[in-house]
Design a protein. Sequence first.
Length: 458
Amino acid sequence: MLNEALRYVEQNRERFLEEYKEFLRIPSVSTDEAHRPDIQRAAAWVADQLQQIGMERVEIYPTPRHPIVYGEWLKAGSARPTVLIYGHYDVQPADPLEEWQSPPFEPTIRGENIYARGASDMKGQVMLTLKALEALAQTGGLPIHVKVLIEGEEEIGSPSLEAFLRSHQEMLRCDFSLNPDAGMLGADLPTITYGLRGLAYFELRVYGPAQDLHSGVYGGAVHNPAQALVELLAGMHDAKGRVTLPGFYDAVRPLSAEERAELARLPLDEAFFLQQTGAPALYGEAGYTVVERVGARPTLDINGLKAGFINSGAKTVLPAMALAKISMRLVPDQDPQEVHQQLRRYLEERAPATIRWELIAMHGSRPTISRRDTPWVRALSQAMEAVYGRKPYFRREGGSIPVVAQLQDILGVESVITGFGLPDDNLHAPNEKQNLPNWYRGIETILRFLTVLGEANV
Ligand code: BES
Ligand code: MN
């Protein structure tokens, strides 16, 4: 059966790629209301794929924002485990558009890579998983029970998913979840992600005078909100790169000596981060390696700033308002609601009486650690070894995927987190791409993973 499925993949390589391109042409940007029809189209397109695979109970469930697509195949026999495969069909906005070498929603192949928004995060991962299912379904059937849930709100924090999981617990019951929304350490370095950081995202607005003022006539009379904002922001880190919000580190689980030793063995040194980022030097919390700082330590980032006159030329103005988008990446056992209160307390303590401020909490996701001593992780390791000729690396990832904590809490289910994207795929950035040879290896890995599970006694 395995050989037949592999042959099916070989024979359908070109069609698989064409369908992947079709999916990439749909600009399903979840944060932008103008793309609502494209979101609907992407959901329908995914549902159609599930139908073609032969999945049953395929349905598009509306939510307050973007629909969830579901389908299942439960004909593997009573002794077989059930996997809930998670994915998202939404993507991040494509801007800045002028930085793209080919249009973001016209998938273009250059060399070994396919370029488009979502090529890696995560339409590529969704497609390779669906194609593994198709190959198995068309050559004798799926080796284990499979439920598929593909949502359209991951890139905006999965706000509707929690309620959906709660109200569909029976339908979604499973032994574990497969989540291919992470990536690999490098082209030949298969990876299983066992930790994800959480996220808390805010907008901070600082108000001063009732309207913009002439900076000569009134400069010296009032506190400039842009200045007050950057003073507040600058105070959020100390000289050692630590976050100064009151109590910020209280809930942070310290790293054990074993885990530090293990993370130190990952092939990710300072040179790698310098090369990937192009920054002149690295920066971060003193006392921790870069791998620890991005995977296992919390951070605070200014994602954007807006104030005053930013067009070409010079205008002498004292702006009435200044705004910052701030996010924090969280690690166990920090909680998005708690850091919200810590940020509020910081502002209450530090904000001067010369300004007014407003803090808006935008979205949050809890940090997770996933178990590694499970039959699912062992089966995936085995499949990766067969395809890549080496055992996978285990890493803690700095990015966030809200569903993982939601599944732990609501269904009591662990996620096996993996993926076939590379560190230089330009996620959320211009010229996002997916390496195609690795995309095909991904199909084979998922196919073998499910086959191993169908044979194992789990
Ligand atoms: N797939 C990413 C997360 C990711 C990236 C995991 C790289 C592992 C490696 C996901 O789609 C994402 O970008 N999530 C957002 C979460 C958010 C908006 C709640 C993130 O991390 O910014
Ligand atoms: Mn993603």
